[in-house]
Design a protein around this ligand. Sequence first.
Ligand SMILES: [Zn+2]
Length: 173
Amino acid sequence: MAILNILEFPDSRLRTKAQPVEKVDDAIKQLAKDMLETMYAAPGIGLAATQVNEHKRVVVMDTSEEQNDPLVFINPEITPMTDEQGHLQEGCLSVPGFYEEVVRPNRVKVTALNVDGESFTLELEDLQAVCIQHEVDHLNGKLFVDYLSPLKRNRIKKRLEKAHRLQQHPVSA
Ligand SMILES: [Zn+2]
């Protein structure tokens, strides 16, 4: 297992549209394992392959309190199950340190393949529903900051660019 490097906004590779997985082979199983390890280490409740620069339609998620209920979604397809909108504060491992409210349907149906290549369907609500929509957005090259005003998005972009510059050229005393 390995902890993978997580790309950070505004890295243009986060805008790549991920390709469907044609076969759930050992490489995909390993990717899912490494993504889970990376997500738990971060720590986070969800991670899309796009965030670790693997442009395949794979998402991992664990919203349980104990962090002992890993879910893997390969080629996830989402259908909203309600017109009711949830308003949750969202954060993102690719946009570290920023939390903003995003409005999304709060109940969805997800169909995907598991790590054995078997199809399954789940109905998710609230936090889990928000999380899977956030992760599938990543697979489509979309970030939660895209739902914010250009002003807010730009402010976040500038702050992260500055943080990245400081990481590359640390000031020594
Ligand atoms: Zn994210």
